[in-house]
Every structure is written in C-alpha cells, then in structure tokens.
Design a protein around this ligand. Structure first.
Ligand code: ACM
Length: 504
C-alpha cells in the first residue's frame, strides 16, 4: 500500500502515522478549559461545517484541547490522534489554534470519514509569516479582507501587512483630517485593463472607516494574525498631498497635486517641514490607536528626490540640519518619524530604501530589492523581513507570459515552484545574524488586481508555497509531495468559492 498522504499545508515538521483511524462522521464532543472556550467554539463550528453531520451515532468521540507543557514554543503544538480521541496540546492558545487548523485540514481532506491515527509535533521555522495586500491601487472591501485573513490563518500565516495609502488612493479614515478620505480616497479614473496608458474615464474610490478597521483587526487577532498598517512616506503620498496640499513641496514650479490616475512612481513627496511632521504625528496617533501590534510600516520606498532638489524650503532644511544630500534628508525624515513611533512604543519597519542615507539601529527593514541590502542590514545588526521581488512578488506572472495566456500582470515571473524553493535565510551568515531574519512575506501589489477574483488568482496557490517556506524546516520540504497535498487544499478552496489558479 502506498504511504498515506497527509494533506496538510504547511507540512508539519514531525508526523508519525500510527495504526487505526479516528472516525469523524459521528458526534464529536470538544473538551476544553474555560480559557480556550472561543477556540473550542471555532473548532465545533468548523467540524459541523466540514462534516455536515450532526447528531447521534453509536459511539461519540472526543477532541481535547489542553494547555500543557510541550516544549515547542508558543506557536507549537502536539496533535495526538487515536481511535475515538484526539488531543491538541500547547503551552499557549496560539499553538492550540494552529493544531486546530491542522485538524480542519485533515477533516476536510478525509475522503471516507476517517483520519489516520498519528502523532504530530509541530512548530514554525520562522516567526514572521506574512502577506501584504495593496489596497491603494484597488480597494477590495471588508468582506474580502476577512475571507483573505481566514485563508491565511488556515495555513498558519500570522502577519497581514495592509498597504493602506498610495498615490492613487488613501484608504483609512483619519478623523482629524477628513479630506484624506473625502478627497484622497477618490481618483478621477483608472488605467484600463489591457492598456496601462489609457484611462477608463470612471471615477474610482473606497476607504475603511475606523469602525471597519477595528472589526478587521479584531477578526485577525482572533485568528492570531497581527495586522501591520502601512502609511507611505515620504513618497507614494500624492493622494494625501492632493487632500492637504500644504504638506507637499508647495514652492516648486508647477505645483499641482492630484490623486494619481496612472500607475508607476510619481514624484510628489511630503515636504520635510515641522508642519508636515505635526500632520504625520496626528495621523500616526490615530493609526496606532487602531492597530495594537508593535510594528508600524512607513513605506519609505521609491521616493524620488526631484522635488526636494528644487524646493528652496527643503534645501534650507538640509542646510540647517547639515544634511549633505537628499538621501540624508530622507534618512532625517525617517528618523523624525521613528521618534514619533517610539513615543507610542512602536517599531518602525520600512522598505529597504530606509537605509539610504543611514539606517536607524532600531528600525526593522523589509528587503524587496537586491539581497545586498539584506546583508548590509544584518551586518548593521538590524532585523529584517525577506520580501524580495525575486521570489515573493505575487503580482508577477505565474507562468511564462510568452507561452501561456494568463490575465495581464505587472510583469516578471514568480512560478509556484520558484516560491516553494525559496530560502529566506541567506547563506554564509552567522547564527546571530540568522536570528535577525524575522521571516518572509509575499506582496500583492494591486495595479493589475482589478477585483477580488484577480487577487485570489494571484495569491493562490502561491501563498501555500510561501506558507511552507515560512513554517516547514527545509529538511522536511519536498515539492512533489507539496503538489500531492495541494490537490486537497485546492478542493477546499473550491468549496470556499476561491478563484485560485489551477496549476494542474
Ligand atoms: C516596492 O515594491 N516598491 C516596495
């Protein structure tokens, strides 16, 4: 008999299959201490949902959730499956939650109402297992974001990086600055599908109220997902500057900020004045009140220096602060913002341009360009998250665009196997440096993600490959085995009405 395929993604780090089966088609009682009552309820709901069967059978079985003394860390768990009884044990509710996700997948993938008996001892390889969603270019709405969070949680991802502001749209309500949404969340038109240089003539907009944000953050937190807000600065800020032109470089020629209607890098940046820092301080204060997590993403990427070069005000600020060029001004800007964040006990995280002109020793950097930036940050002792274009940009094509007809993407090629084979832990680094690599994350930039179907098409199944990169230790990974397990995961996605790309 061929070995049983244990349909779990990401693959657990240790599985020992035993004799016998656990029957799921009957009544299952879930036993848990009071502290785990919400997880107990979650498991009960998914059992009902997955088996579709309730009510009496000859013999009841039991799933026990237990906060015990495993030595697998907060996110680790032991799942012991015997005939008639399963036990999920962890030192913390997080680990119990991940054990439940494993059980959900096993229940769903069972063809015959049985799960083979086994013992799983599991814990993640990396602490930061992330997905970034860009809602600046397109706005997807609360219902979709919650569905996306569900899919992340089911595959043990734990960081949702929410890109909320862009040149083409500001998507988060800020009470003190209402024009950020009344003006900044709307653009006159968008590039049409199939020709990025033509406008569609249709006004486009959308934003999240603070109540929406609180609801989503709570929903994510119930699933042990931390939400990292991103408020872009000093570049990618045209929508904010169109809303409040006084925070841009007003003293340059032809100053006429607008919410942008085309993609690409635009050259409107915040002016580095005290007035702007006060504005950012106010915005940050409202944002941190909505997002309890310790990381605050300030973007920092692709901030053209053209306006700072020609603005007399920016030049004076450079002189007054003895900054030798615009890169040092960028570094000055980021450090000013970091000092605001520190007052709120938040850690600044930014794209790898934040080290141009000098990286603050306390900032965390998200590596998206050349890996040399990662090495430099590690040599400097900074923490990093690996999010490189080479392996984790899910706005790229999944198959060679010359050979296959995939819907329009921004370019590039990030195939499923390429994602799967990615190793975010750089070679040749010291064990101390390895500890500074917090984890990895995929990017869903949304210029060409016109609607939620397209987001799903680009995200799945590649997210599953990344989940396994982040969770499963390299010696336990195997791409062919992953593909076998993926079939069952895709059946679950069909059931959940997800418009994934079928790689088979
Ligand atoms: C980026 O892709 N501009 C971070």
């Amino acid at each position: 008999m061929p070995p049983k395929i244990i349909d779990i993604i990401p693959r657990p780090n240790r599985i020992e299959v035993k004799d016998g089966d656990f029957i799921i088609s009957g009544k299952i009682s879930v036993v848990a201490p009071k502290e785990l009552s919400s997880l107990k309820k979650m498991l009960q709901e998914t059992l009902e949902h997955c088996t579709g069967k309730k009510g009496a059978v000859e013999k009841a079985s039991e799933i026990v959730l237990s906060l015990g003394k495993t030595d697998l860390g907060e996110e680790g768990y032991v799942l012991d499956i015997e005939p008639g009884k399963m036990t999920i044990e962890s030192i913390s509710p997080k680990g119990i939650f991940y054990g439940i996700q494993t059980v959900r997948q096993l229940v769903f993938s069972s063809q015959d109402g049985k799960i083979p008996c086994m013992r799983i001892e599991d814990s993640p390889r990396l602490a930061w297992r992330g997905m970034m969603l860009d809602e600046g270019r397109h706005f997807f709405g609360k219902e979709f974001v919650m569905k996306f969070i569900d899919l992340m949680a089911l595959h043990k991802m734990n960081s949702f990086h929410w890109h909320l502001t862009e040149d083409q749209g500001w998507r988060i309500e800020i009470k003190k600055y209402p024009k950020l949404t009344s003006i900044g969340s709307r653009r006159a038109e968008s590039p049409i599908e199939g020709d990025r240089n033509k406008g569609d003539g249709k006004p486009y907009g959308g934003f999240y109220t603070q109540d929406d944000i609180r609801e989503i953050v709570k929903y994510a937190s119930d699933r042990f997902i931390n939400v990292v807000p991103e408020i872009e600065m000093p570049g990618h800020a045209a929508a904010a500057i169109a809303s409040y032109p006084e925070f841009g470089n007003t003293d340059i020629a032809d100053y006429s900020p607008e919410v942008k209607t085309s993609w690409g890098v635009h050259y409107y940046t915040y002016s580095p004045t005290e007035k702007t820092f006060k504005f950012l301080e106010d915005v940050i204060e409202e944002v941190v009140s909505l997002f309890p997590g310790k990381y605050f993403h300030i973007g920092g990427d692709e901030a053209p220096k053209d306006q700072w070069k020609t603005s007399p005000t920016a030049r004076k600020i450079m002189m007054d602060n003895e900054l030798k060029d615009e890169h040092e001004l960028q570094s000055y800007f980021i450090k000013r913002v970091e000092s605001i964040l520190k007052k709120h006990n938040r850690i600044l995280i930014g794209w790898d341009e934040i080290q141009e002109g000098g990286l603050s020793p306390t900032a965390t950097m998200m590596v998206w360009r050349d890996w040399k930036w990662a090495t430099m940050a590690l040599n400097n002792g900074n923490c990093i998250v690996m999010a490189p274009t080479s392996h984790t940009y899910f706005d790229h094509y999944q198959e060679d665009p010359k050979e296959h007809k995939e819907p329009e993407a921004i370019g590039g090629l990030t195939s499923l196997d390429k994602v799967y084979l990615y190793n975010p832990v750089l070679e040749g680094i010291t064990p101390e440096q390895e500890k500074l690599i917090l984890g990895t994350q995929a990017q869903l930039w949304s210029e060409y993600l016109f609607n939620t179907d397209k987001v799903e098409f680009m995200a799945f199944p590649r997210m599953f490959a990344l989940a396994e990169v982040a969770w499963t230790r390299p010696e336990n990974k195997n791409y062919q085995d992953f593909l076998l397990r993926l079939k069952s995961t895709l059946a679950l996605l069909t059931h959940m009405k997800v418009q994934y790309r079928n790689p088979f």
